[in-house]
Design a protein around this ligand. Structure first.
Ligand code: ADP
Ligand code: ADP
Length: 232
């Protein structure tokens, strides 16, 4: 479970002080798909960067499975990070590497042997439906295929949490549907907790069980998706 306890994140720039996340408390249950919606600048990305410890809260606590992650360092922090996969709007693939080599990249960093990497990559290529495209380069793939590579790479370390930052925002509607179906399937099969940031309500409606609406750093509404959308 991911828990935010009264978390604030304040950025100080030369000109001003920005409260990107403002006293947020929320719980994301293990195995669920949780949506975070809000306009640009609402604080969604900052909230997600607090989950994988790319940012530290100015105040409050972020707990994952009961551990206060801001207190982790060294090996414990590395293990925690490996346990969290992430996918992005613009895929963030390595453009000089093939599909297979993109997916094997995190496993190389981890020091796995060639044989182990190949076996894991084969499983992942199957899972995301990229069989036959292993030797293609990202520039030869459609947007949806690129995101499938992003998803496979994010799953290489068998994470318990997958963070999705506007993962379908660069895709056309039909491709968005396909990628959302894939995320649903993966959630069912692997029981991965997913946090889905999006500015598109229909994405949340389709795949999330619970959601939070952010505005100016604060959560202005949260609950079961059906209840939030039932509001007038
Ligand atoms: P969203 O993901 O909803 O678009 P962000 O979390 O990216 O929102 O940003 C929330 C607010 O914090 C914005 O006003 C943004 O300009 C500001 N912000 C985000 N990151 C930084 C940073 N590293 N330094 C200063 N301000 C930042
Ligand atoms: P799509 O057409 O599916 O949206 P793009 O080819 O536009 O995908 O790539 C998405 C992102 O990747 C963009 O931000 C783009 O700038 C970046 N990108 C595309 N090609 C390269 C490349 N050869 N090297 C580095 N970044 C690239």
């Amino acid at each position: 479970m991911i828990e935010f306890k009264n978390v604030s994140k304040i950025y100080h720039t030369r000109e001003n002080t920005i409260t990107a996340v403002d006293q947020v408390s929320l719980k994301i249950e293990a195995g669920e798909i949780f949506g975070i919606v809000g306009y640009s600048g609402a604080g969604k990305s900052t909230l997600v960067r607090l989950i994988n410890n790319l940012e530290k809260p100015t105040s409050g606590e972020v707990l994952i499975d009961g551990d206060n992650i801001t207190e982790l360092s060294g090996k414990a922090l590395r293990q925690r990070r490996q346990n969290i996969g992430m996918i992005f709007q613009h895929f963030n693939l390595l453009w000089s590497r093939t599909v297979r080599d993109n997916i094997e990249f995190p496993l190389e960093l981890k020091g796995l042997s060639k044989a182990e990497r190949q076996q894991k990559a084969d499983e992942l290529i199957d899972l995301v439906g990229l069989k036959g495209r292993e030797t293609a380069y990202p520039s030869e793939l459609s947007g949806g295929q690129k995101q499938r590579v992003g998803i496979a790479r994010a799953l290489a370390n068998d994470p318990e949490i997958l963070l999705c930052d506007e993962a379908t925002s660069a895709l056309d509607p039909a491709t968005t549907e396909e990628v959302l179906e894939l995320l649903l399937q993966i959630n069912k099969r692997l029981h991965i907790t997913m946090v889905v940031i999006t500015h598109e309500m229909h994405v949340v409606r389709k795949i999330c069980q619970h959601m939070a609406v952010m505005d100016a750093g604060a959560i202005v509404e949260q609950g079961a998706v059906l209840d939030v959308f039932r509001h007038p």
